[in-house]
Design a protein around this ligand. Structure first.
Ligand code: S6P
Ligand code: ZN
Length: 214
């Protein structure tokens, strides 16, 4: 790598140089502002990116006119290889599509034998998980809580709060990759729906078992 390249910014969004990320580094996650002071990539996912995932399709169609911002991810870029740790901040905004809360697309890791850790910084939510052996789990996200997503478990963050962002720090192996297609085609087997002042977890009537087609 030439000297000039080393001094170039990592991405157009980044305020770090290539040279600086070759060395150990740190950054702060505290403070009133959710986005980290330092990041390399900023991903925004709007409602249109979650087509087919919300159960109330009429509510989805109505909201699609304004295509609201559902969640954002700020990533620190690292080489996507075993031995590295990919990490960043996920922010799921508060809101509803029918009786269902705003949520992430959700995914398996392409390399199933890779885990992930979530650390909740702010807000309240649920991490909905399931594996290909037919098991599922839902764990609470609240400030200070750490969740361990075991290898082979798909995961989706859901903001069950009524006004606050759900902010989590995540870290996972560099070679994990993302398999979004399985969830896009089959959905999660459970839904998290508003109920009274809280939520309930119910079967997803549109969930497809492995091998089934729509
Ligand atoms: C990546 C990790 C998170 C999610 C983020 C957005 O393995 O689980 O960074 O990417 O919470 O969710 P999704 O499902 O759109 O990637
Ligand atoms: Zn993941």
């Amino acid at each position: 790598m030439k000297g000039n390249d080393m001094e170039a910014n990592l991405t157009p969004n980044s305020n770090r140089t290539i040279a600086s990320v070759m060395r150990p580094f740190g950054f702060d996650l505290t403070g009133p502002c959710a986005p980290p002071v330092t990041f390399d990539d900023h991903i925004e996912r709007r409602l249109s990116a979650l087509r087919g995932q919300f159960s109330d399709q009429e509510a989805y169609a109505r909201l699609l006119v304004s295509d609201p911002l559902i969640y954002e991810v700020y990533e620190m870029r690292r080489p996507e290889v075993a031995g590295e740790l990919l990490h960043g901040i996920s922010i799921v905004h508060p809101g509803m599509v029918g009786e269902e809360f705003y949520m992430t697309k959700g995914h398996f890791h392409s390399v199933r034998a890779t885990a992930e850790i979530y650390y909740c910084l702010r807000g309240h939510g649920t991490l909905l998980m399931e594996n290909e052996a037919g098991d599922w789990a839902a764990e609470t996200l609240s400030p200070g809580r750490v969740l361990y997503v075991s290898p082979g478990w798909a995961h989706r963050s859901i903001n069950t709060g009524d006004a606050e962002d759900l902010v989590t720090f995540f870290v996972y192996p560099g070679h994990a990759g993302h398999d979004y297609a399985t969830i896009e085609e089959h959905g999660f087997r459970k839904l998290v729906l508003a109920s009274g002042r809280g939520f309930e977890i119910v079967d997803n009537p549109r969930w497809l078992a492995a091998g089934e087609e729509r």
